[in-house]
Design a protein around this ligand. Structure first.
Ligand code: SF4
Length: 100
């Protein structure tokens, strides 16, 4: 009954597509990235939605909707801090950073 269905590979696949589309990149640190992907997969199986593994699922459906990955906060966080709260999505580094 509590069999795992969602794998971190599943989550990796849609988060990569989202990152591509949104102009972000996934955390290049594999270990950290895998932890977050695993956490999202676990939430999907436990709570039925891709809830953020770095925030508390309250049980209030309306509140919790805000933390379904990609959460309502990530854009602002990436803009301000360079990455989302979980360090899953990062601002894409500009390859063309010549400043003089
Ligand atoms: S903080 Fe990052 S990983 Fe967590 S839900 Fe928001 S976008 Fe997803």
């Amino acid at each position: 009954m509590s069999e795992r269905k969602t794998t971190k590979e599943d989550v990796h696949s849609w988060t990569s597509r989202y990152a591509d589309k949104a102009g972000y990149m996934l955390n290049p640190d594999e270990e950290m990235r895998e932890l977050v992907l695993e956490g999202i997969a676990k939430n999907k199986d436990t709570h039925g939605k891709n809830y953020c593994p770095c925030r508390i699922v309250t049980g209030d459906e309306i509140e919790d909707k805000k933390i379904i990955c990609p959460c309502i906060y990530h854009k602002g966080e990436i803009e301000t801090d360079g990455s989302c709260h979980c360090d899953l999505f990062f601002k894409k580094e500009d390859e063309d950073t010549d400043e003089d």
